[in-house]
Ligand binder design. Structure first.
Ligand SMILES: [Zn+2]
Length: 472
C-alpha cells in the first residue's frame, strides 16, 4: 500500500521490516475524562488502517499505552496534573479515575467498532522499564539532572525537529498558553524524563527511582512500551496530528538516543476534527462524546460512517447538520442492502468479485482513501453482479469499514417482517396520526396518541433512523 509518511512528507510504499508482519503502535488516551469524538476520529482512522493491513494479508501486532500517570494539562512539561484534576472533580482516587475512564474509553470504542489493540499497557505498570531506559540515557550522556528532575538534552542530537522545520518561535507556539518557562532546562526544547519535583503538593502517584521519589514524564511511556512489546524496530506509529510535536518528536529523540539507530519507519497522523467555531477540545463549547450522540438518537456507527467520508489527512468539520446528512445517507445505504439479504443464492461470480474488490483495495491502498472505499460499496450495489456476489463483497469490505452493513440490513429486514406481520392495523393507524400531529407541532395530541398506542401494548419511538414500533 501507499501511505503518506509524516517523516518524509510524501506518499511511500509501505514495506514492513519483516515480510508479512507489521509492528504498529498507537498513542492511547489519557484516562481522566471521556474521550471526545475528535480524539475518537483518530482511533477510527487508525482502526481502518490496521484492518486494511490485515485485509491485505499482513499479520499486524498493535500496541497501545494508557496514560494513567498524571500527565500534565499542556503537551509540555508544566501545567496542571490532568489525572489529579479529574480525581478532585469527582472525589475519587487517581487510580479509580483511571479505571473508570479506561473502561469508558473501550466502551466507546466498542460502540464505534474500533478493535482493541492486541496489547494494551497502562503506564503505571511499566515504571521499572522507564527507569531502565532513563538510566541508560543518563549513562550515554543524553540526559541530565537539574532542579530535581531528569531532562533529555536535545542539543545532543544531530536533528531534533524531525517532522519539519520548526523554529524556536514555533516551539513557543507549540507549548501551550499558561505555561511558565522552566529555568532548569539547558535548551528550550529539552523535556522531562523523570520528575521528582512535582508542582503539586498532593501528587498521588509516585515511585522510587535512582533520582528520588517521583514519576515519569509522558513521552517516555510510549517509547518504552513500544520498544518492550514491538522490539527495537517499529514499522508504524500512529496518532493525532497534534501529537507530532512535541510528543512524537520527543519519542523519536529518546528512542533513537537509547537504541543508537533509527526507530520507526512510518508515521501516520490523523488530522483534527473541528467544529464550526474551530478545533474541538474538552474545554471549549459542547463536550461531544459518544454518549451525547446516543442521547440525541444517533447510532454511533453513523459517526464512523461520517468520518469515513473524508480523508484522514484533512481537517473534518463536525456539525449536527453534517451528522444528520451522514445519518440519512447511511440509512439509505442500509436500505439498499436489505433486499440482498433475502435473495442471496447462487454461486459467486468470481470475475465480478475480483473486479469490484480491486477497486476497494485500490482506494484504501492509495493512502487510505476511505471515501473512495465507500464509493466502492455503492459500486457493488450498482453492479450487475448477483446477490451472493454482492453480499460476499460487502461482507469482505466491512471487515475493514466496520459499519455492520449486513447485520443492520438483516435487522431491518427482520423488523420490517415483524412489524408488517404482527402490528395491528389499529396501532399503525394511530402511529400515522401521531406522525401527522408531530409534523404540525401539535405535541399535546401526539402525546395523547402515544398513550393510546401504549394502552394497546405497543411503544412508539422517534429515532434519527425513523419511527420505531415495538411490542411492550
Ligand atoms: Zn505516545
Amino acid at each position: 500500500m501507499q501511505l503518506y509518511n509524516s517523516l518524509s512528507h510524501k506518499k511511500e510504499d509501505f514495506i514492513p521490516r519483516e515480510a508479512g508482519k507489521v509492528g504498529m503502535y498507537t498513542c492511547g488516551p489519557t484516562v481522566y475524562h471521556y474521550a471526545h469524538i475528535g480524539n475518537l476520529r483518530s482511533y477510527i482512522m487508525e482502526d481502518i488502517l490496521e484492518k486494511y493491513l490485515r485485509f491485505t494479508g499482513l499479520d499486524v501486532k498493535r500496541v497501545m499505552n494508557i496514560t494513567d500517570v498524571g500527565h500534565l494539562t499542556s503537551d509540555g512539561d508544566t501545567g496542571d496534573d490532568k489525572m489529579l484534576k479529574g480525581a478532585k472533580r469527582e472525589h475519587k482516587t487517581v487510580m479509580e479515575i483511571a479505571k473508570f475512564y479506561t473502561d469508558a474509553f473501550f466502551a466507546d470504542c466498542a460502540k464505534l467498532n474500533i478493535k482493541t489493540p492486541d496489547v494494551v499497557v497502562p503506564a503505571t505498570t511499566y515504571i521499572d522499564e522507564f527507569i531502565k531506559v532513563i538510566s541508560s540515557l543518563m549513562e550515554k550522556g543524553y540526559a541530565y539532572e537539574a532542579g530535581g528532575n531528569i531532562y533529555f538534552d536535545t542539543s545532543k542530537l544531530d536533528k531534533y525537529y524531525v517532522f519539519g522545520d520548526l523554529s524556536e518561535e514555533d516551539l513557543e507556539v507549540g507549548v501551550r498558553e499558561g505555561v511558565e518557562a522552566d529555568g532548569n532546562k539547558r535548551n528550550k526544547a529539552d523535556f522531562v524524563l523523570w520528575f521528582t519535583k512535582s508542582k503539586f503538593d498532593d501528587q498521588e502517584l509516585k515511585w522510587e527511582s535512582p533520582w528520588g521519589v517521583g514519576y515519569p514524564g509522558w513521552h517516555i511511556e510510549c517509547s518504552c512500551i513500544s520498544m518492550k512489546n514491538l522490539g527495537e524496530y517499529l514499522d508504524l506509529h500512529c496518532g493525532g496530528i497534534d501529537n507530532a510535536f512535541p510528543h512524537h518528536t520527543n519519542e523519536i529523540a529518546q528512542s533513537e538516543a537509547y537504541l543508537g539507530h533509527k526507530w520507526c519507519n512510518y508515521w501516520f497522523h490523523v488530522h483534527h476534527l473541528n467544529t464550526t467555531s474551530g478545533k474541538m477540545s474538552k474545554s471549549k463549547g459542547e463536550f461531544l462524546t459518544v454518549s451525547l450522540l446516543e442521547e440525541k438518537g444517533y447510532d454511533p456507527l453513523v459517526y464512523r460512517f461520517f468520518c469515513l467520508n473524508s480523508h484522514y489527512r484533512k481537517s473534518l468539520v463536525f456539525s449536527w447538520e453534517n451528522l444528520d446528512n451522514a445519518a440519512v445517507s447511511f440509512n439509505k445505504l442500509i436500505d439498499r442492502i436489505v433486499p440482498l439479504t433475502k435473495e442471496a443464492a447462487g454461486d459467486i461470480d468470481q470475475t465480478e468479485y475480483d473486479r469490484l474488490r480491486k477497486s476497494f483495495d485500490d482506494a484504501l491502498g492509495n493512502d487510505m482513501n476511505t471515501s473512495l472505499a465507500v464509493t466502492a460499496v455503492y459500486d457493488v450495489l450498482k453492479s450487475g453482479a448477483n446477490a451472493s456476489t454482492k453480499l460476499a463483497l460487502l461482507r469482505d469490505f466491512d471487515t475493514v469499514l466496520g459499519l455492520d452493513l449486513i447485520k443492520k440490513a438483516q435487522e431491518k429486514a427482520d423488523a420490517a417482517e415483524n412489524s408488517a406481520a404482527d402490528i395491528p392495523a389499529e396501532v399503525l393507524e394511530l402511529v400515522e396520526q401521531r406522525k401527522a400531529a408531530r409534523k404540525e407541532k401539535n405535541f399535546a395530541l401526539a402525546d395523547e396518541l402515544r398513550d393510546k398506542i401504549t394502552a394497546l401494548g405497543y411503544e412508539v419511538k422517534e429515532t434519527r433512523q425513523g419511527t420505531e414500533i415495538n411490542k411492550l
